[in-house]
Design a protein around this ligand. Structure first.
Ligand code: FES
Ligand SMILES: [Fe+2]
Length: 471
């Protein structure tokens, strides 16, 4: 459906997202809504299923589960991936068992043999064995016995799948966000660590906790000593970006990105302190060792009184040289692209990327079956490593504690489940997202409602009467 037709359906343009809006809360708490998502959202939308590095060799496969659905993604040739529904066409056994307590299943196969009656399939998904096939009297055509295919494509080193055979191409779905994000060359980054947990809130409650920096003052007050955190938030098609507003004097020198704030006070000191704080309290993900070490040297390398923009410039130049010396070459990103890239991107529906030049802190949240009160919460760090020295980072199941996830994530965890509970209250009149700083969230609900055919954001009644009752 074209953007114009969509806009006519709910009457909302990008500009309208700057107005006070609300949207219904049943998207978060209704069992019926959660079940409908399987039919109307997840079976229609491009979604990030894995990383290319998960299946590097021909024959490698990985499973991706979303709600009650399971997909197998297989490398069938050095440059080719295929994806199939994880189900045997005979009587429906999963070909690869996917237990609930495992994030995904990986392995290597020449053929898939169903464990129930032994039907077998080659890597291309064609059936190569049916026991006593003549019993079907010729009814078992190739089309009846092959695996059902799913669309698959890659971008930025991620593998995406789409169950809708008529979906738009991945590239057009990711536009215009990919125009900016391409510059960060995520495909050259590799996992540094990855963790997951089953968390007691809706998947949207969880992903929205990472869509806006408006919560910094309330949730992460320790960061306020580095400056103000007045945020902006902008739609980019289905997707959106947030960053810190130019109105924040602490951000004037910034080339954007989470790493390049100088903070308050002596910028030689505050740059180091902020880089170290970002690194250590966000589980060694929101910066790199190179950046932190180069920041540490600023007090020795620069005279007192060096203006903040010069401090940042020197810092980045020396970190870039340090990385080059160990074989990590920074991508050349034009300043205007860095500025537009902001702090963090939300790719519809459930992928978050907080990007740096050589790293990315990422989140993905999936529904847990069709339970509206649970989700599979995942976070992982990507980084550029010298070739051959990439760590082996497997999925680790980790309870949502500060020890496992770092103190900043623990602060976010300390909200999410209580938001989920609070939204069920009769006394909750409906969300009141900040029209300037939380546009990513209203844009998310705008696009979600288009898939779901209900729940579009609506303008608030400016008389002060709450709009929630209308829902
Ligand atoms: S269900 Fe797979 S062979 Fe019977
Ligand atoms: Fe947070």
């Amino acid at each position: 459906m074209s953007e114009r037709v969509h806009a006519e359906m709910d009457g909302l343009t990008d500009e309208d997202l700057g107005e006070p809006l609300t949207y219904p809360v049943d998207a978060f708490i209704s069992r019926e809504y959660a079940a409908a998502e399987g039919e109307l959202l997840w079976s229609k939308v491009w979604q990030m299923a894995a990383r290319v590095e998960d299946i590097p060799k021909v024959g490698d496969f990985i499973t991706y589960n979303i709600g009650d659905e399971s997909i197998i993604i297989m490398r069938t040739a050095p440059e080719r991936l295929k994806a199939y529904y994880n189900v045997c066409p005979h009587r429906g056994r999963q070909l690869i068992n996917t237990p609930d307590d495992v994030n995904c299943v990986t392995g290597k196969r020449t053929t898939f043999v169903c464990a129930f009656h032994g039907w077998a399939f080659n890597r291309e998904g064609q059936n190569i064995h049916v026991l006593d096939g003549d019993d079907w009297k010729g009814a078992l055509s190739d089309e009846r016995t092959c695996l059902s295919q799913v669309k698959v494509d890659t971008w930025g080193g991620w593998i995406y799948i789409n169950m809708d055979p008529y979906c738009e191409p991945l590239r057009s779905f990711l536009s215009p966000a990919a125009r900016i994000l391409d510059h960060f060359e995520f495909e050259k980054m590799r996992y540094k660590w990855r963790q997951w947990t089953v968390y007691p809130c809706n998947w949207k409650t969880a992903i929205e906790a990472f869509m806006e920096p408006y919560h910094v003052a309330g949730t992460h007050p320790q960061l306020l000593k580095y400056g103000q955190y007045y945020a902006y938030s902008r739609p980019y098609g289905f997707h959106g970006v947030s960053g810190f507003d130019e109105r924040d004097p602490g951000m004037k020198m910034s080339q954007s990105s989470s790493v390049t704030r100088a903070g308050l006070g002596d910028p030689r000191v505050s740059t180091y302190e902020l880089a170290r704080e970002n690194y250590e309290t966000v589980n060694y993900a929101a910066s790199t060792e190179t950046l932190v070490n180069a920041a540490k040297r600023l007090v020795d390398e620069l005279p007192e009184g060096t203006p903040a923009p010069d401090v940042i410039k020197h810092w980045l130049a020396s970190a870039k040289a340090d990385d080059a010396a160990r074989g990590v070459i920074w991508p050349e990103i034009p300043p205007e692209v860095m500025a537009e890239a902001g702090l963090a991107w939300s790719l519809f529906p459930n992928q978050t990327i907080l990007q740096g030049v050589t790293f990315a802190l990422c989140y993905r949240v999936r529904p847990y079956g069709d339970d509206p009160n649970k989700c599979i919460f995942e976070s992982y760090a990507l980084e550029r490593f010298p070739e051959g020295s990439e760590p082996k980072a497997e999925w680790v199941h980790a309870a949502p504690t500060a020890e496992n996830w770092g103190s900043v994530l623990a602060q976010d965890f300390a909200n999410m489940q209580w938001v989920q509970k609070g939204m069920k209250s009769r006394g909750f009149r409906g969300p009141l997202p900040n029209p300037h700083q939380e546009q990513k969230i209203t844009n998310f609900h705008r696009h979600l409602s288009r898939f779901m055919g209900r729940g579009a954001p609506r303008k608030l009644d400016m008389t002060g009467q709450h709009a929630g009752a209308a829902f």
